[in-house]
Design a protein around this ligand. Structure first.
Ligand SMILES: [Cu+2]
Length: 148
């Protein structure tokens, strides 16, 4: 009996360790200039698993990261990072999550995370930013193509 309990505990412990090892963090720099041009998140997209996190790093001053309203799965929390501060977002639900830098949305400063299989809003993600500024629309389309 005792042996059985110990074995079950050992298995649970192993699963916990595996779960921790599987969760990843992606660092996304907020930059005035990057390989993709002026006012960029670098990288501009990421493929994640549920439980992973993104750390938006204010490498250059004058930026923030916040949700693009409508470009996230139903029930997911809208986030809004302060200017010049790090923002850490943990993605619990599968889905497509769009982010923008508020001052530079018109310059196309956007980021897309696809979590899991893209969840319930993968098909509708493009219509969510149909009315975005033209440069944002262009970069969001490219970022989404990267992760699809
Ligand atoms: Cu910015």
């Amino acid at each position: 009996m005792l042996k059985t309990v110990l074995a079950a505990g050992a298995v649970a412990g192993l699963l916990a360790v595996a779960g921790q090892a599987a969760a990843a963090e992606v660092q996304v720099k907020m930059l005035d200039k990057g390989p993709a041009g002026m006012m960029v998140f670098e990288p501009a997209s990421a493929k994640l698993k549920p439980g992973d996190t993104v750390r938006f790093v204010p490498t250059n001053p004058g930026h923030n990261a916040e949700s693009i309203i409508g470009m996230l799965p139903p029930g997911a929390e809208v986030v809004k990072g302060p200017m010049n501060k790090e923002l850490v977002v943990k993605f619990a639900k599968a889905g497509v999550y769009g982010f923008k830098c508020a001052p530079h949305y018109g310059f196309g400063m956007t980021f897309v995370a696809k979590v899991g299989d893209g969840g319930p809003n993968l098909a509708s993600a493009e219509s969510a930013y149909a009315k975005a500024p033209p440069m944002a629309k262009k970069r969001l389309t490219a970022a989404l193509a990267q992760v699809k």
